[in-house]
Design a protein around this ligand. Structure first.
Ligand code: PMP
Length: 422
C-alpha cells in the first residue's frame, strides 16, 4: 500500500490519523511517510524509500534503530516474562543501575511515559513540601499533564495555541509560568510567591521550543532560590538524560536537582519513564509515605530489559558521547556554511548532540519569545525539501534533532549536500 493510502485510511480510525499530533505533518504540505522499519541511522517507509533519520524516535534511538543488544534483550525476556504485575529482578537491576551510575538519584520509581514521570514528580514535590504552586518555564514541555499545558512547547507551540481546551482554570491556577533564562523574572516570582512554591520544573537544556540551552548563571540562581525558599528543584531530563551526557545535563552544569525525571533513552525505545531523587523525598511515595502513585504496567519486564541493555551499553562505551558531539559539530558547521552561501536566516542552537536549525532572522533564540519569532513557513519549505530527498526530520520548527551512534560523517555530509540544493 502507498503511504498516502495508509494515512488516509488511518484518518478514519484515529483522530488526525495519528496517536500523537506532531506526526500528522499538519501544516507542512507533506504526507507523512508510513514507517515500516528502522535499522541503525536509517528508516524505511511502506514504499521502501530510505531515509537518514534525524528524529531518533524523538530521542530514544541513541544507539540507532533496533540495536542488536536491545533487540536480543527484548526477545529473550519476552520468552519468559511479558507482564506480571508483580516484582521482578529486572526492575531491581535497572533501578540499581540508574541509582549507582547517575548522580543525585538515591531511589527511583518506574512509570510508563515522560508525562507520567513529570506529573508524579509534581505531586511528590507538593506532597513533600505541603505546598501547592509549581513553577514552569514558557516554552518548556513536560508532557500533556493538565497543570503543565500552559505556555508549553512541542506540539502546543507548533499549533500556536496557548494551552489546551479541557483544562479547568482551577487546575492551572497553581501553575506559575516564568521566562526561561531570565534571572530577574525568577527572582521576582520567588519574592512574590516563594513560601507557596512546592517545586520548579525545568528542562535544563530545553528541547521543546527547539533547543535552547539553559544559561549556567540562570540555572545556578534558580537552584539557590529553590534552596533558600525550601522549594524542590525538578530537572526534567526526559530528553537530555543519557543524551547530552550519560549523567545528563545536571552533570555538565554541576547542579544537584532534588528530583530528576527521565524517559525516552532510559526505556530503550519502549514506553517508559522514571523519576528519582533524594531518599527522604522518594520515601514519601506510597507504600512508604502518603503520596500515592501507581501503575499496572510500571516496571514492565520487557521495558526494564530494553532499558537495561541500552543504559549498560552507553555506560560501558562513554566515548559514544564524543562521537555524537563531533557529528553534531560537523552538522552545525555544515548548516551554518550553507546558510551563509545561500543567505538563509538561520541560527543553529546546539548543546552537545542536541540541536535545532532555527529559521530566525533576529539571530538569537534564547527563550520562548525568540522562538516564536521563527519563520515557520520557511522551515516548512526546508522540511519538505529535506524529507523529499530522504532526510527524515521534525516537521515542526520547535523540536530538537537527534543523532545516533550509528550515524557516520557521510550521513551528515549527505544532509548538508541536500540542504545546499534547496
Ligand atoms: N518532558 C520532556 C522534556 C519531553 O521532551 C517530553 C516528550 N517529548 C516529555 C516530558 C513527555 O514525555 P512522553 O511523551 O513520554 O509523555
Amino acid at each position: 500500500m502507498k503511504n498516502a493510502d495508509i494515512f488516509n485510511e488511518s484518518k478514519k480510525y484515529m483522530p488526525g490519523g495519528v496517536n500523537s499530533p506532531v506526526r500528522a505533518y499538519k501544516d507542512v504540505d507533506v504526507t507523512p511517510p508510513i514507517i515500516k522499519k528502522g535499522k541503525g541511522a536509517y528508516l524505511y517507509d511502506e514504499e521502501d524509500k530510505e531515509y537518514i533519520d534525524y528524529v531518533g524516535a524523538w530521542g530514544p534511538a541513541v544507539l540507532g534503530h533496533c540495536d542488536e543488544d536491545v533487540v536480543n534483550s527484548i526477545k529473550n525476556t519476552a520468552e519468559d516474562a511479558i507482564s506480571f504485575g508483580g516484582t521482578t529482578n529486572l526492575e531491581l537491576q535497572l533501578a540499581k543501575h540508574i541509582c549507582t551510575t547517575v548522580d543525585n538519584i538515591d531511589m527511583v520509581r518506574m512509570v510508563n511515559s515522560g508525562t507520567e514521570a513529570t506529573m508524579s514528580a509534581a505531586r511528590l514535590a507538593r506532597g513533600f513540601t505541603k505546598r501547592d504552586k509549581i513553577v514552569k518555564f514558557a516554552g518548556c514541555y513536560h508532557g500533556h499533564f493538565d497543570a503543565f499545558l500552559v505556555s508549553a512547547g512541542s506540539g502546543v507551540l507548533t499549533e500556536g495555541i496557548p494551552g489546551s481546551e479541557g483544562v479547568p482554570q482551577e487546575i492551572i491556577k497553581n501553575t506559575i509560568v516564568a521566562n526561561y533564562n531570565d534571572i530577574e523574572n525568577i527572582k521576582y516570582i520567588f519574592d512574590k510567591f516563594g513560601e507557596e512554591i512546592a517545586g520548579v520544573i525545568i528542562e535544563p537544556v530545553a528541547g521543546n521550543m527547539g533547543v535552547v540551552p539553559g544559561d549556567k548563571a540562570f540555572l545556578k540562581e534558580l537552584d539557590s532560590l529553590c534552596k533558600k525558599h525550601g522549594s524542590l528543584l525538578i530537572f526534567d531530563e526526559v530528553m537530555s538524560g543519557f543524551r547530552v551526557a550519560y549523567k545528563g545535563a545536571q552533570s555538565l552544569y554541576g547542579i544537584k536537582p532534588d528530583i530528576t525525571t527521565m524517559a525516552k533513552i532510559m526505556g530503550g525505545g519502549l514506553p517508559s519513564g522514571a523519576y528519582g531523587g533524594r531518599r527522604d523525598i522518594m520515601e514519601q511515595l506510597s507504600p512508604m509515605g502518603p503520596v500515592y502513585q501507581a501503575g499496572t504496567m510500571s516496571g514492565n519486564p520487557i521495558v526494564m530489559a530494553a532499558g537495561l541493555a541500552t543504559l549498560k551499553k552507553l555506560h560501558s562505551n562513554l566515548s559514544y558521547y564524543n562521537h555524537l558531539e563531533s557529528l553534531a559539530i560537523r552538522l552545525q558547521q555544515g548548516v551554518e556554511e550553507v546558510a551563509k552561501e545561500k543567505g538563509l536566516p538561520i541560527v543553529v542552537n546546539r548543546f552537545k548532540s542536541m540541536m535545532t536549525i532555527f529559521f530566525n532572522k533576529e539571530g538569537i533564540v534564547n527563550n520562548y519569545e525568540d522562538a516564536k519569532k521563527c519563520d515557520t513557513s520557511l522551515y516548512a519549505k526546508f522540511f519538505k525539501h529535506m524529507i523529499t530527498n530522504g532526510i527524515f526530520m521534525s516537521p515542526s520548527q520547535f523540536e530538537a534533532m537527534f543523532l545516533s551512534v550509528r550515524h557516520t560523517e557521510s550521513d551528515i555530509d549527505k544532509f548538508i549536500d541536500i540542504m545546499r540544493n534547496m
